[in-house]
Design a binder for this molecule. Sequence first.
Ligand SMILES: Cc1cc2nc3c(=O)[nH]c(=O)nc-3n(C[C@H](O)[C@H](O)[C@H](O)COP(=O)(O)O)c2cc1C
Length: 309
Amino acid sequence: MLTPELSCSFLGMNLTNPLVLASGILGTSASLMERVALSGAAAITAKSCGPEARAGHPNPVTVSWECGVLNAIGLTNPGARAEVPLLRETKQRLVALGVPLFASIFAPRLEDFGEVARIIAEAEPDLIEVNISCPNVASEFGTPFSASAQSAAAVTRTVRKAVSLPISIKLAPNVPEISRIAQAVVTEGADAITAINTMPAMLIDAIAAKPVLSNHTGGLSGPALKPIALRCVYELAQAVSVPIIGTGGVWSGRDAAEMLMAGATLVGVGSAVVRNGPSIFNRISGELSQFMSENGYAQLADLRGKALP
Ligand SMILES: Cc1cc2nc3c(=O)[nH]c(=O)nc-3n(C[C@H](O)[C@H](O)[C@H](O)COP(=O)(O)O)c2cc1C
């Protein structure tokens, strides 16, 4: 039996495997992020942070159901200034483990993105992921910037001007042509694409005859999202040449293989961690290795894009 090679390179970073902790899950303290790295995540994305501290929505904000997770946390965060020391400490701990740190930023207004990016860059993360696609704050922020090529490009231009660090733009699934949006952000200097954020959805409590979440609607993630994420990554891989962090519904090594076959370079894992804890990373990479070994794939490059036409 061959022992497959899971290590890979991403924008000049060397990763021991393709699995990344997705933003918003355990990315709120240095010790939690270190724990996830020690559990086998090869890169860590911190929780998104914006210009000001935000309390987020009142409970209930997360519900786990049979096909995944629905959340409307509402971008709870301490604000960019307070995030810098947290990211600095995290970075210090992750450097010791050889695990890159991806920061994540958002802003309610276009003109705030540059300032948030500049502040966060002080912590020297390895990459800044730009979350323009949170579906749970539309009542306050309006239509997400991910909704059109024009607004997505405008955010990318602003962040690109503000920082020289690598940037990845995080896109939404609920758009008519995700490829056109991706092409527009790459033209403005995006180094990578993260696809996808959660899908707007809702659950109703039939006994209470009310939506389950306090925000009424939320973002769907987990297994129900996987086919949507695969379709997005598959289209993006044919439309842009930058690397893609394929995220959505990855629960097993086989799911990760499918995401790589759709054209992803790295694979984000979020809800599987909510459901199973950080040890899911070692399980997924073990299963991926076994899948590759059983199916004759010696390295990730042999899997990458294998399902593309
Ligand atoms: C509880 C929860 C909180 C999230 N918070 C964020 C966030 O702060 N920023 C962000 O870009 N994405 C956030 N996401 C979206 C995830 O990063 C990911 O894109 C999505 O959940 C799909 O991946 P999954 O199916 O593996 O969970 C959140 C998801 C969940 C479940």
